[in-house]
Design a protein around this ligand. Structure first.
Ligand SMILES: [Zn+2]
Length: 183
């Protein structure tokens, strides 16, 4: 059966967009002036694409919301992050001022200009090497704020296999981001 599509008409939208987010209904935003016939035609011609996107979203990580509490996960992530920072910060000659564990919807970590490093609590659901890479990545940003060649050289020096962790996040990240604990 074709899945239902949530349609939003927007006065600000200049063109239509279609997204198929993990664990949420397909969402289509269209400019308010767009005719219903045209909207229907776009949906029809994208049914196959929507189904393909959904097929990619089969859970692979065996995450069980009943076994995870966000409070516990936050504590665990904070400890693991502190451990990696202890190991790496002096080698990289950086000194984070503050560590925040957050419920970001689209990021794994970030680094502010004031020296605060933020990490997504869902990293606790990923393999340790992935969390480790995200922490090292943000620590390297304290030296190089952008994603320049210099930045990646620094990451490469500390974690030569960083590409494997980035690929893991590309593949499984959306499933982790969609995860909502029951507790
Ligand atoms: Zn970065």
């Amino acid at each position: 059966m074709d899945e239902l599509i949530e349609l939003r008409r927007s006065r600000r939208a200049r063109k239509w967009t279609l997204s198929v987010p993990w664990g949420e209904p397909t969402l289509m935003t269209v400019p308010s002036w767009m005719r219903a016939d045209d909207v229907a035609a776009i949906i029809d011609s994208h049914r196959e694409w929507i189904a393909l996107e959904r097929a990619k979203q089969r859970p692979r990580l065996r995450l069980d919301p009943r076994h995870v509490s966000e409070a516990e996960a936050r504590r665990a992530v904070r400890e693991l992050v502190a451990m990696v920072i202890d190991d790496e910060a002096s080698t990289l000659r950086v000194k984070p001022k503050r560590i925040q564990i957050r419920d970001q919807r689209s990021r794994w970590g970030s680094c502010s200009t004031t020296g605060t490093l933020s990490f997504n609590w869902r990293l606790v659901l990923a393999p340790f090497e992935v969390l480790d890479y995200v922490v090292v990545h943000e620590l390297c940003h304290m030296r190089e704020a952008n994603h320049s060649g210099k930045f990646w050289k620094l990451v490469e020096a500390r974690r030569p296999d960083w590409r494997a962790q980035r690929d893991w996040l590309d593949q499984h990240g959306p499933e982790l981001m969609a995860f909502r604990p029951a507790l």
